[in-house]
Design a protein around this ligand. Structure first.
Ligand code: B12
Ligand code: SF4
Ligand code: SF4
Length: 234
Protein backbone atom coordinates (compact mmCIF):
# COMPACT_ATOMS: atom_id res chain seq x y z
CA UNK A 1 0.00 0.00 0.00
CA UNK A 2 1.34 3.48 -0.77
CA UNK A 3 2.00 5.99 2.01
CA UNK A 4 -1.02 8.22 1.16
CA UNK A 5 -3.45 5.31 1.44
CA UNK A 6 -1.73 4.09 4.59
CA UNK A 7 -2.26 7.48 6.30
CA UNK A 8 -5.86 7.76 5.04
CA UNK A 9 -6.66 4.26 6.31
CA UNK A 10 -5.15 5.06 9.72
CA UNK A 11 -7.34 8.17 9.87
CA UNK A 12 -10.49 6.16 9.07
CA UNK A 13 -9.52 3.65 11.76
CA UNK A 14 -9.12 6.52 14.24
CA UNK A 15 -12.75 7.59 13.61
CA UNK A 16 -12.51 10.06 10.70
CA UNK A 17 -15.38 9.98 8.21
CA UNK A 18 -13.86 12.07 5.40
CA UNK A 19 -10.20 12.70 4.63
CA UNK A 20 -8.63 14.83 1.89
CA UNK A 21 -5.19 16.21 1.13
CA UNK A 22 -4.50 19.77 -0.08
CA UNK A 23 -1.37 21.00 -1.78
CA UNK A 24 -0.08 23.83 0.46
CA UNK A 25 0.92 25.82 -2.65
CA UNK A 26 -2.82 26.44 -3.23
CA UNK A 27 -3.07 27.97 0.25
CA UNK A 28 -0.32 30.54 -0.22
CA UNK A 29 -2.69 33.58 -0.19
CA UNK A 30 -4.54 32.50 2.91
CA UNK A 31 -4.36 34.38 6.22
CA UNK A 32 -2.60 32.37 8.95
CA UNK A 33 -1.48 32.99 12.53
CA UNK A 34 1.51 33.19 12.69
CA UNK A 35 2.04 34.51 9.16
CA UNK A 36 4.72 31.88 8.38
CA UNK A 37 2.64 28.94 9.72
CA UNK A 38 2.75 27.08 6.39
CA UNK A 39 6.42 27.58 5.50
CA UNK A 40 7.82 24.20 6.74
CA UNK A 41 4.98 22.26 5.11
CA UNK A 42 3.93 20.99 1.68
CA UNK A 43 0.62 19.27 2.43
CA UNK A 44 -2.45 19.93 4.58
CA UNK A 45 -4.58 16.98 5.65
CA UNK A 46 -8.25 17.82 6.11
CA UNK A 47 -10.22 15.52 8.40
CA UNK A 48 -13.98 15.55 9.01
CA UNK A 49 -16.21 13.70 11.46
CA UNK A 50 -19.93 13.50 10.85
CA UNK A 51 -22.31 14.66 13.59
CA UNK A 52 -25.45 12.73 14.67
CA UNK A 53 -28.00 14.11 12.21
CA UNK A 54 -31.02 13.74 14.51
CA UNK A 55 -29.56 16.38 16.84
CA UNK A 56 -30.06 19.00 14.11
CA UNK A 57 -33.65 17.89 13.56
CA UNK A 58 -34.25 18.76 17.26
CA UNK A 59 -33.11 22.35 16.68
CA UNK A 60 -35.89 24.79 15.93
CA UNK A 61 -35.09 28.49 16.43
CA UNK A 62 -32.10 28.19 18.78
CA UNK A 63 -29.31 25.76 19.75
CA UNK A 64 -30.14 23.07 22.31
CA UNK A 65 -27.93 21.73 25.15
CA UNK A 66 -27.51 18.33 23.41
CA UNK A 67 -26.00 20.14 20.40
CA UNK A 68 -23.64 22.08 22.73
CA UNK A 69 -22.43 18.76 24.13
CA UNK A 70 -22.10 17.07 20.72
CA UNK A 71 -20.12 20.14 19.53
CA UNK A 72 -17.63 19.77 22.41
CA UNK A 73 -17.31 16.00 21.92
CA UNK A 74 -16.65 16.38 18.18
CA UNK A 75 -13.93 18.96 18.90
CA UNK A 76 -12.26 16.61 21.41
CA UNK A 77 -12.47 13.66 19.00
CA UNK A 78 -10.99 15.70 16.14
CA UNK A 79 -8.19 17.07 18.31
CA UNK A 80 -7.36 13.52 19.40
CA UNK A 81 -7.37 12.18 15.82
CA UNK A 82 -5.17 15.09 14.65
CA UNK A 83 -2.76 14.59 17.57
CA UNK A 84 -2.46 10.83 16.95
CA UNK A 85 -1.88 11.10 13.21
CA UNK A 86 0.67 13.90 13.73
CA UNK A 87 2.71 11.71 16.06
CA UNK A 88 2.37 8.77 13.65
CA UNK A 89 3.66 10.92 10.77
CA UNK A 90 6.50 12.14 12.99
CA UNK A 91 7.49 8.52 13.80
CA UNK A 92 7.70 7.98 10.03
CA UNK A 93 10.30 10.77 9.83
CA UNK A 94 8.23 13.78 8.71
CA UNK A 95 7.18 17.08 10.30
CA UNK A 96 3.56 17.64 11.34
CA UNK A 97 1.39 20.06 13.30
CA UNK A 98 -2.20 19.44 14.41
CA UNK A 99 -4.28 22.64 14.17
CA UNK A 100 -6.93 22.61 16.92
CA UNK A 101 -10.53 22.08 15.78
CA UNK A 102 -12.00 25.13 17.44
CA UNK A 103 -9.31 27.41 18.84
CA UNK A 104 -9.69 31.17 18.40
CA UNK A 105 -6.34 32.97 18.46
CA UNK A 106 -7.33 36.48 17.37
CA UNK A 107 -10.45 37.28 19.43
CA UNK A 108 -10.80 40.77 17.98
CA UNK A 109 -11.21 39.45 14.44
CA UNK A 110 -12.50 35.96 15.32
CA UNK A 111 -9.67 34.02 13.67
CA UNK A 112 -8.09 30.62 14.23
CA UNK A 113 -4.56 29.66 13.09
CA UNK A 114 -5.90 28.72 9.64
CA UNK A 115 -9.34 28.25 8.10
CA UNK A 116 -10.28 24.55 8.25
CA UNK A 117 -12.95 25.23 5.61
CA UNK A 118 -10.42 26.58 3.12
CA UNK A 119 -8.18 23.54 3.65
CA UNK A 120 -11.15 21.15 3.35
CA UNK A 121 -12.32 22.84 0.15
CA UNK A 122 -8.88 22.58 -1.45
CA UNK A 123 -8.59 18.98 -0.23
CA UNK A 124 -11.75 18.09 -2.19
CA UNK A 125 -13.95 17.32 0.83
CA UNK A 126 -16.66 19.81 -0.10
CA UNK A 127 -17.50 23.30 -1.34
CA UNK A 128 -18.11 26.61 0.40
CA UNK A 129 -21.90 27.01 0.58
CA UNK A 130 -23.99 30.19 0.64
CA UNK A 131 -23.96 29.97 4.47
CA UNK A 132 -20.11 30.20 4.29
CA UNK A 133 -19.87 26.66 5.69
CA UNK A 134 -18.11 23.70 4.12
CA UNK A 135 -20.79 21.53 2.50
CA UNK A 136 -19.92 17.90 1.86
CA UNK A 137 -21.93 15.83 -0.64
CA UNK A 138 -22.25 13.01 1.94
CA UNK A 139 -23.13 14.83 5.19
CA UNK A 140 -23.81 18.43 4.17
CA UNK A 141 -22.35 20.77 6.78
CA UNK A 142 -23.23 18.29 9.56
CA UNK A 143 -19.50 17.71 9.97
CA UNK A 144 -16.75 19.27 12.04
CA UNK A 145 -13.24 19.70 10.70
CA UNK A 146 -9.61 19.66 11.70
CA UNK A 147 -6.32 20.20 9.83
CA UNK A 148 -2.87 18.60 10.06
CA UNK A 149 0.05 20.32 8.33
CA UNK A 150 2.92 18.12 7.18
CA UNK A 151 5.86 17.71 4.79
CA UNK A 152 5.11 13.99 4.29
CA UNK A 153 4.99 12.92 0.59
CA UNK A 154 1.20 12.62 0.30
CA UNK A 155 -0.75 12.75 -2.97
CA UNK A 156 -3.07 15.79 -3.10
CA UNK A 157 -6.79 15.51 -3.94
CA UNK A 158 -8.67 17.85 -6.31
CA UNK A 159 -11.34 20.40 -5.24
CA UNK A 160 -14.99 19.68 -6.12
CA UNK A 161 -17.63 21.98 -7.66
CA UNK A 162 -20.14 24.10 -5.75
CA UNK A 163 -23.56 22.38 -5.79
CA UNK A 164 -25.72 25.02 -4.02
CA UNK A 165 -27.41 25.96 -7.32
CA UNK A 166 -30.59 28.02 -6.88
CA UNK A 167 -31.21 26.80 -3.31
CA UNK A 168 -31.94 29.61 -0.80
CA UNK A 169 -32.89 27.54 2.27
CA UNK A 170 -30.10 28.85 4.54
CA UNK A 171 -30.75 32.43 3.40
CA UNK A 172 -34.47 32.01 4.20
CA UNK A 173 -33.85 30.41 7.61
CA UNK A 174 -31.16 32.56 9.26
CA UNK A 175 -32.85 34.16 12.30
CA UNK A 176 -30.98 37.47 11.86
CA UNK A 177 -30.91 37.66 8.04
CA UNK A 178 -27.11 37.37 8.03
CA UNK A 179 -26.78 35.22 4.88
CA UNK A 180 -26.60 37.29 1.68
CA UNK A 181 -27.55 34.56 -0.86
CA UNK A 182 -24.34 35.00 -2.86
CA UNK A 183 -22.69 31.98 -4.56
CA UNK A 184 -18.90 31.63 -4.67
CA UNK A 185 -17.62 29.69 -7.67
CA UNK A 186 -14.48 28.89 -5.70
CA UNK A 187 -14.35 30.79 -2.41
CA UNK A 188 -15.49 34.14 -1.01
CA UNK A 189 -12.92 36.97 -1.00
CA UNK A 190 -13.84 37.72 2.59
CA UNK A 191 -16.50 36.66 5.07
CA UNK A 192 -18.67 39.73 4.46
CA UNK A 193 -19.13 38.77 0.82
CA UNK A 194 -21.23 35.81 2.00
CA UNK A 195 -22.46 36.98 5.39
CA UNK A 196 -23.36 40.04 7.35
CA UNK A 197 -20.70 38.72 9.65
CA UNK A 198 -21.41 40.99 12.64
CA UNK A 199 -25.08 40.02 12.72
CA UNK A 200 -24.14 36.33 13.00
CA UNK A 201 -21.42 36.92 15.62
CA UNK A 202 -23.76 39.10 17.70
CA UNK A 203 -26.58 36.53 17.66
CA UNK A 204 -24.26 33.67 18.65
CA UNK A 205 -22.27 35.50 21.34
CA UNK A 206 -24.82 37.92 22.84
CA UNK A 207 -27.90 35.71 22.67
CA UNK A 208 -27.39 31.97 21.97
CA UNK A 209 -24.24 31.52 24.11
CA UNK A 210 -26.12 33.02 27.07
CA UNK A 211 -28.91 30.44 26.95
CA UNK A 212 -28.94 27.88 29.82
CA UNK A 213 -26.46 25.00 29.26
CA UNK A 214 -25.19 26.35 25.91
CA UNK A 215 -22.22 28.58 26.93
CA UNK A 216 -20.48 28.35 23.52
CA UNK A 217 -21.13 30.45 20.37
CA UNK A 218 -23.17 27.91 18.39
CA UNK A 219 -26.40 28.04 16.37
CA UNK A 220 -27.06 25.08 14.05
CA UNK A 221 -29.93 26.62 12.05
CA UNK A 222 -28.13 27.13 8.70
CA UNK A 223 -26.70 23.61 9.13
CA UNK A 224 -30.10 22.05 9.83
CA UNK A 225 -31.93 23.45 6.80
CA UNK A 226 -29.32 22.49 4.21
CA UNK A 227 -30.69 19.65 2.02
CA UNK A 228 -27.25 18.05 1.83
CA UNK A 229 -26.79 15.73 4.81
CA UNK A 230 -30.46 15.59 5.83
CA UNK A 231 -30.79 11.91 4.94
CA UNK A 232 -28.93 8.91 6.36
CA UNK A 233 -26.07 7.55 4.24
CA UNK A 234 -25.91 3.78 3.91
C1 B12 B 1 -13.99 31.97 14.86
C2 B12 B 1 -14.98 30.93 14.41
C3 B12 B 1 -16.33 31.27 14.46
C4 B12 B 1 -16.81 32.69 14.75
C5 B12 B 1 -16.64 33.48 13.47
C6 B12 B 1 -17.31 32.78 12.26
C7 B12 B 1 -16.67 32.90 10.90
N1 B12 B 1 -17.50 32.76 9.88
O1 B12 B 1 -15.47 33.08 10.75
C8 B12 B 1 -18.28 32.45 15.19
C9 B12 B 1 -18.32 32.23 16.69
C10 B12 B 1 -19.30 33.53 14.84
C11 B12 B 1 -18.55 31.13 14.47
C12 B12 B 1 -19.78 30.72 14.06
C13 B12 B 1 -20.02 29.51 13.46
N2 B12 B 1 -19.14 28.48 13.33
CO1 B12 B 1 -17.24 28.66 13.61
N3 B12 B 1 -15.39 28.71 13.69
C14 B12 B 1 -14.55 29.66 13.97
C15 B12 B 1 -13.09 29.14 13.84
C16 B12 B 1 -12.59 28.75 15.23
C17 B12 B 1 -12.13 30.11 13.15
C18 B12 B 1 -12.70 30.72 11.86
C19 B12 B 1 -11.68 31.50 11.09
O2 B12 B 1 -10.52 31.66 11.46
N4 B12 B 1 -12.12 32.02 9.99
C20 B12 B 1 -11.24 32.77 9.10
C21 B12 B 1 -12.01 33.19 7.90
C22 B12 B 1 -11.24 34.24 7.12
O3 B12 B 1 -12.14 32.02 7.13
P1 B12 B 1 -13.48 31.31 6.78
O4 B12 B 1 -14.58 31.72 7.72
O5 B12 B 1 -13.18 29.86 6.70
O6 B12 B 1 -13.86 31.86 5.34
C23 B12 B 1 -12.91 32.25 4.37
C24 B12 B 1 -11.97 31.17 3.87
O7 B12 B 1 -12.60 29.88 3.97
C25 B12 B 1 -11.79 31.59 2.43
N5 B12 B 1 -11.31 30.53 1.55
C26 B12 B 1 -11.87 29.35 1.23
N6 B12 B 1 -11.09 28.68 0.38
C27 B12 B 1 -10.01 29.46 0.16
C28 B12 B 1 -8.89 29.25 -0.62
C29 B12 B 1 -7.91 30.24 -0.68
C30 B12 B 1 -6.71 30.01 -1.52
C31 B12 B 1 -8.06 31.45 0.05
C32 B12 B 1 -7.04 32.52 -0.02
C33 B12 B 1 -9.21 31.63 0.87
C34 B12 B 1 -10.15 30.64 0.90
O8 B12 B 1 -13.03 32.08 2.02
C35 B12 B 1 -13.69 32.66 3.14
C36 B12 B 1 -13.77 34.16 2.99
O9 B12 B 1 -12.49 34.73 3.03
C37 B12 B 1 -13.32 27.89 12.92
C38 B12 B 1 -12.24 26.83 13.06
C39 B12 B 1 -11.12 27.09 12.06
N7 B12 B 1 -9.91 27.21 12.51
O10 B12 B 1 -11.36 27.18 10.85
C40 B12 B 1 -14.74 27.47 13.29
C41 B12 B 1 -15.64 26.85 12.22
C42 B12 B 1 -15.53 27.65 10.95
N8 B12 B 1 -16.99 27.02 12.76
C43 B12 B 1 -17.81 26.10 12.43
C44 B12 B 1 -19.22 26.15 12.64
C45 B12 B 1 -20.00 24.89 12.37
C46 B12 B 1 -19.83 27.33 13.06
C47 B12 B 1 -21.34 27.62 13.24
C48 B12 B 1 -22.34 26.88 12.39
C49 B12 B 1 -21.72 27.50 14.73
C50 B12 B 1 -22.20 26.15 15.16
N9 B12 B 1 -21.28 25.26 15.47
O11 B12 B 1 -23.40 25.89 15.22
C51 B12 B 1 -21.38 29.14 12.94
C52 B12 B 1 -21.50 29.42 11.44
C53 B12 B 1 -21.39 30.85 11.05
C54 B12 B 1 -21.27 30.99 9.56
N10 B12 B 1 -22.38 30.88 8.84
O12 B12 B 1 -20.15 31.14 9.06
C55 B12 B 1 -17.09 24.94 11.73
C56 B12 B 1 -17.50 24.84 10.27
C57 B12 B 1 -17.72 23.41 9.80
C58 B12 B 1 -18.23 23.42 8.39
N11 B12 B 1 -18.93 22.38 8.03
O13 B12 B 1 -18.01 24.32 7.63
C59 B12 B 1 -15.56 25.30 11.97
C60 B12 B 1 -14.63 24.96 10.81
C61 B12 B 1 -15.11 24.55 13.24
C62 B12 B 1 -14.77 23.07 12.99
N12 B12 B 1 -13.70 22.60 13.58
O14 B12 B 1 -15.46 22.36 12.29
N13 B12 B 1 -17.38 30.45 14.23
S1 SF4 C 1 -24.95 30.41 12.30
FE1 SF4 C 1 -27.11 31.05 12.73
S2 SF4 C 1 -27.02 33.30 12.80
FE2 SF4 C 1 -25.11 32.62 11.81
S3 SF4 C 1 -25.51 32.59 9.60
FE3 SF4 C 1 -26.05 30.53 10.33
S4 SF4 C 1 -28.26 30.64 10.82
FE4 SF4 C 1 -27.51 32.76 10.68
S1 SF4 D 1 -28.96 25.44 2.30
FE1 SF4 D 1 -28.86 25.48 0.05
S2 SF4 D 1 -27.80 27.41 -0.46
FE2 SF4 D 1 -27.45 27.02 1.73
S3 SF4 D 1 -25.49 25.94 1.78
FE3 SF4 D 1 -27.09 24.33 1.69
S4 SF4 D 1 -27.34 23.89 -0.51
FE4 SF4 D 1 -26.21 25.84 -0.36
Amino acid sequence: MNYTNEIKNKLFNLGSDLVGIADVKLLKDIETIPENLLSPFTRALSIAVQLPISVFEMIDDKPIPIYASVYQTANRLLDEIAFKISVEIQKNGYLSVPIPASQIIDWKNWLGAISHKAVARLAGIGWQGKNLLLITPQYGSRVRLVTVLTNAPLKPDAPIKNRCGKCTLCYDACPVGAIKNVTAKEHYKNRNEALDFNKCVKKLTMDFAKLPDIEVPICGICIKVCPFGKKLKN
